[in-house]
Ligand binder design. Structure first.
Ligand SMILES: O=C(O)CCC(=O)C(=O)O
Length: 277
């Protein structure tokens, strides 16, 4: 992994903001050249899906997109962003889930229906006994299109809601829960969010197609949440990326890793020993 990553470690202020609000916004995480290149690849994916019959007016939710292009893989351990992931979760982590979402304009005025508010991880929220629920994972969302204005299919969140196990929604199904806000993000922004943060997609009432890449990082003892057919990439990935793509010596090593199981820890020992503990 590129040692320039060390310049982008999580700051105390970022840690405090993430702990308190459950999210963190990093503007200009991607250069505009990177945005253009990733947009071209994303458009190609969308066109392929359209050719295969996807309805052009419907959102495309496409998991397991990493194998489609090297540029998608390069964001897994992207130096300006990934250090903040290990800064929050530590080193026994991998990419358990990733999806690409394209949200075309609905062609209709903005709906005032209550959106699909949720915490991530499905049954985890029912079957684990604890309060607050455990963090376990986070996602980094790279915004490729301009959602710096509301009504553009924005990602919505309720800041600070990550420590709440339940969410009170409007009883009549109209409007959004108290405290809800659209995340306003320009192209190139990376948005981190705690899996427990109550969040939702929203309809796109603008004429700008929304494009976002989501990378979900969690502990190595969590199962993948999509097919993650990334094993063919192991051979040509460096050791840290290989770890992030799910490699390990054996199953026990997901729970009780040896040094060999977790090259990220070895890399931190060399470059940032305090974070290797
Ligand atoms: O598309 C969005 O803005 C929301 C995505 C989402 O809910 C998720 O990644 O869990």
């Amino acid at each position: 992994m590129d040692p320039s990553a060390l310049h982008h470690r999580l700051t105390d202020a970022e840690r405090q903001a993430f702990n308190e609000t459950g999210f963190l916004q990093i503007p200009d995480a991607l250069s505009q050249d990177q945005v253009a290149a990733l947009t071209a690849v994303t458009d190609r994916v969308f066109e392929t899906k359209l050719a295969a019959g996807h309805d052009p007016r419907k959102s495309l939710f496409y998991p397991n997109f990493l194998p489609d292009d090297d540029q998608f893989q390069d964001l897994v351990d992207y130096a300006p962003v990934f250090p903040k992931v290990w800064g929050i979760l530590g080193w026994n982590i991998y990419l358990y889930h990733a999806h690409l979402i394209v949200t075309p304009p609905t062609g209709e005025p903005m709906s005032d229906k209550t959106f699909g508010w949720h915490q991530d991880s499905g049954r985890v929220n029912v079957e684990i006994e604890s309060h607050p629920r455990p963090r376990l994972s986070l996602k980094v969302a790279y915004f490729l299109s301009d959602t710096s204005e509301p009504g553009r299919g924005n990602f919505w969140i309720i800041p600070g809601s990550h420590l709440c196990d339940t969410l009170e929604r409007p009883a009549d199904g109209v409007g959004q829960p108290e405290g809800a806000i659209p995340v306003l993000a320009k192209p190139g922004t990376a948005v981190f969010f705690d899996r427990r943060l109550w969040h939702t997609a929203s309809p796109n009432a603008s004429d700008v197609t929304r494009k976002v890449l989501f990378y979900g990082y969690g502990y190595r003892w969590i199962r993948t949440k999509d097919d993650m057919t990334v094993q063919d990439l192991w051979e040509r990935s460096d050791p840290v990326r290989r770890q992030l793509l799910g490699w390990g010596l054996n199953c026990n090593g997901y729970y009780s890793p040896t040094d060999e199981d977790v090259p990220l820890r070895q890399w931190l020992r060399e470059h940032s020993p305090d974070e290797a503990k």
